[in-house]
Design a protein around this ligand. Structure first.
Ligand SMILES: Cc1ncc(COP(=O)(O)O)c(C=O)c1O
Length: 371
């Protein structure tokens, strides 16, 4: 075994290492925001919106206060509300469902496959009713879901297709960046995301001018002209400091994503312990590995084993959405989404961030192989 002397535990995500590298640049951007008193919306947000739209190859990007708001506004812009149903994977972060529920509609949870761990296309059709209005495809752990298959179902049943791209800034599906495949795509810039703000932030991309204008209105108290309110709106603006930090970080994102792919490749090629299973990577998917999730029979034992060897592990996610207490009223039960349930009981995430050193990656591989 590679016996690097570990001074400190290897975290699942060590954000401080990234932040230290770009501290001067970010602080100088903060100073500009401060000097211009541009704290809420304003030129730094507009700069970021232009750059991010170009990064995603979409006509428009709109900055908002977090990814959950992005999903909420996406539902409102599509006219989704009370009495409607929206199909989403059971295996995702709960916020995919929040956006649907906040709009007044009902999330309908669908199981994941047992290899990609993405929504199972074969389970969707039986969940479509006359109330179904949209499918939200989640690019989970940074891997694009099967967009063409989902869009084909949407076209056949006249449903909207929305991307939850919260975990996948820069991921590509068949060579094209995520963000422009559906009517609307929603991003999170929570600090721990691949592109994370220094603060809370989120974004929406779209190719539709109609939706774009609606988002500008909705996020700003339903108002374009100050103190004239055209519709019920929200305060969901992006902050200037957050936007300034995102402007700096966006320049580094492709290099950081490349490094994540390199680390993922090392894990995939060198972890050969038969007790471990990894997320399968379809040909169409150019993942940016927001998380590196594995499964094993005795998850808790492996987590303890790694911790004892100074390697942290995360759980993404320990309870699938359909079994969360918050959705108890929907009356799902154990057995409804067996693959998602299996995953929640057997998954763990091993360290994944661009600043991991090769020695650390090799150490993690050796420790896992010796398990
Ligand atoms: C899949 C998914 N959807 C939505 C969100 C919500 O984003 P936020 O935390 O910025 O509200 C997140 C992130 O937390 C996420 O991982």
């Amino acid at each position: 075994m590679n016996d690097i002397l570990l001074q400190e535990k290897i975290l699942c995500l060590d954000l401080k290492k990234q932040l230290q590298q770009i501290k001067e640049e970010v602080f100088s951007a903060f100073e500009s925001v401060y000097d211009n008193a541009a704290f809420s919306g304003g030129p730094f947000v507009e700069d970021f919106e232009k750059s991010f739209a170009s990064f995603c190859q979409t006509n428009y990007a709109v900055g908002v206060n977090n990814g959950t708001s992005a999903l909420h506004l996406a539902m409102l812009a599509l006219g989704i509300g009370q009495g409607d149903e929206v199909i989403i994977p059971a295996n995702t972060f709960i916020a995919t469902a929040w956006g649907v529920t906040y709009s007044g509609a009902t999330p309908v949870f669908v199981d994941c496959t047992n290899d990609t761990w993405q929504i199972d296309i074969n389970c969707i059709k039986e969940k479509i009713t006359s109330k179904t209005k949209a499918i939200i495809g989640v690019h989970l752990y940074g891997q694009p879901c099967d967009i063409d298959a989902l869009k084909a179902i949407c076209e056949q049943h006249k449903l909207y297709f929305v991307e939850d791209a919260a975990q996948s800034q820069g991921a590509q599906y068949k060579g094209t960046p995520v963000g422009g495949f559906g009517e609307i795509a929603c991003f999170s810039f929570y600090p721990g995301k691949n592109l994370g703000a220094c603060g809370e932030a989120g974004g929406i991309t779209t190719n539709s001018e109609v939706f774009y204008k609606r988002f500008l209105n909705l996020r700003n108290h339903g108002s374009i002209v100050r103190y004239y309110h055209d519709e019920l709106g929200f305060n969901m603006r992006m902050g200037g400091l957050e936007a300034a930090s995102l402007n700096v970080k966006l320049k580094y994102l492709s290099a950081w994503n490349d490094r994540r792919r390199e680390i993922a490749g090392r894990y995939q090629n060198n972890i050969n312990n038969t007790k471990i299973k990894m997320q399968s990577q379809p040909d169409w998917a150019h993942s940016i590995y927001h998380l590196f999730v594995i499964t094993t029979d005795n998850r808790d034992e492996l987590v303890d084993y790694l911790n004892e060897r100074k390697i942290a592990a995360g759980l993404h996610y320990p309870v699938p959405c359909h079994l969360q207490k918050a959705y108890g009223s929907l009356k799902y039960k154990i057995g409804d989404c067996p693959n998602s349930e299996y995953l929640s009981n057997h998954c763990l995430s091993i360290p994944m961030y661009a600043e991991l050193t090769d020695d650390e990656v090799n150490y993690i591989i050796d420790v896992i192989n010796a398990y």
